[in-house]
Design a protein. Structure first.
Length: 309
């Protein structure tokens, strides 16, 4: 039965943008277009970009907006089938075997059918995502795929092509309706072409100042308007410097929120110095900003905003 609360996918690019905007996700038209096509064509969406630019957040927003379950597979080195797809409840199987033996059941074929049944199958994220009902398929987020190895990538090919998983003891389990799949990577290594060919691709870049300011206004509405503008322009200029790790949109939001908690209405050198750890997460980057670069950037931001008024 289709969930009465699930929503159908948007019927146009404009509806897709409205769907995202309604959840305070400020997307450009290019991202809304590829998301719309991904939903319409039932193809996975492969999002690549720096950390903190909103790749994971898009999957969360999509699940919430369409009232679908969000199933998240957080990737890491060493991820295997038993963690990502399925495994058997060995403890419960052993108890079943002992009980059969105690009652005199010795037929091996019958015992095997009992213990290798759905009752003892533990569905991990990928297999769980293939069990959605038509019209209410879940959103499957495969997050930071670049942290896994090529062997796991190869395993995903059957799933992304045919929407099915083979469990040797049970046979092939095929989705009644494909899940809405979003795959993210921070590009710490290249993903194989065979997997990318099964997806629609989009590079999620840092937003321009106008869009980032709109994001901050939506996510930190209590922030002073002058402070929000200075924070965004300061971060924009930081990204033009050769840092080890440029701050993402998530850090911009955190910084605006932190400064608001401190009742700040504008940036000043002391405040930047005291709170820079909210924005930058590597000591070498913090040290560089502390060597006069931070004050220079702040002076430029103040001058440019004053000239624009």
């Amino acid at each position: 039965m289709v969930s009465s609360q699930s929503r159908s996918a948007p019927a146009s690019i404009d509806e897709t943008m409205e769907l995202l905007a309604g959840a305070d996700y400020v997307a450009d038209r290019a991202l809304a277009t590829v998301l719309f096509l991904s939903l319409r064509m039932q193809r996975p969406l492969f999002l690549e970009g720096e950390a903190g630019v909103g790749k994971t957040e898009l999957a969360k927003v999509l699940a919430n907006s369409l009232n679908r379950r969000l199933i998240r597979l957080q990737c890491y080195e060493g991820l295997d089938v038993s963690t990502a797809v399925y495994e058997w409840n060995y403890a419960a199987q052993m108890i079943e075997i002992r009980m059969d033996e105690a009652t005199g059941e010795t037929d091996r074929a019958s015992m095997e059918r009992n213990v290798f049944s759905e009752k003892y199958l533990i569905r991990r994220p990928i297999l769980d995502a293939l069990t959605g009902e038509p019209g209410a398929a879940p959103v499957l987020l495969i997050d930071e795929l670049d942290r896994t190895d090529e062997a796991f990538e190869a395993f995903l090919l059957e799933i992304l092509s045919d929407w099915q998983v083979t469990v040797p003891e049970l046979g092939t389990i095929k989705a009644a309706e494909p899940p809405l799949v979003i795959i993210t990577t921070n590009r710490t290594r290249e993903i194989h072409d065979a997997l990318k060919r099964r997806c629609l691709y989009h590079w999620v870049d840092y937003p321009d100042a106008e869009r980032e300011l709109e994001i901050v206004r939506r996510k930190v509405p209590q922030a002073n308007s002058r402070l929000s503008a200075e924070v965004v322009h300061y971060v924009q200029k930081l990204r033009q410097i050769d840092l080890f790790k440029s701050p993402g949109v998530a850090e911009t939001i955190d910084w605006a929120g932190a400064l608001t908690e401190l009742d700040k209405v504008a940036l000043d050198p002391e405040t930047v110095s005291d709170t820079i750890g909210v924005l930058l997460k590597y000591q070498d980057d913090i040290a560089r900003i502390g060597e006069g670069e931070g004050r220079r950037i702040l002076d430029e931001v103040k001058a440019e905003l004053a000239a624009a008024e």
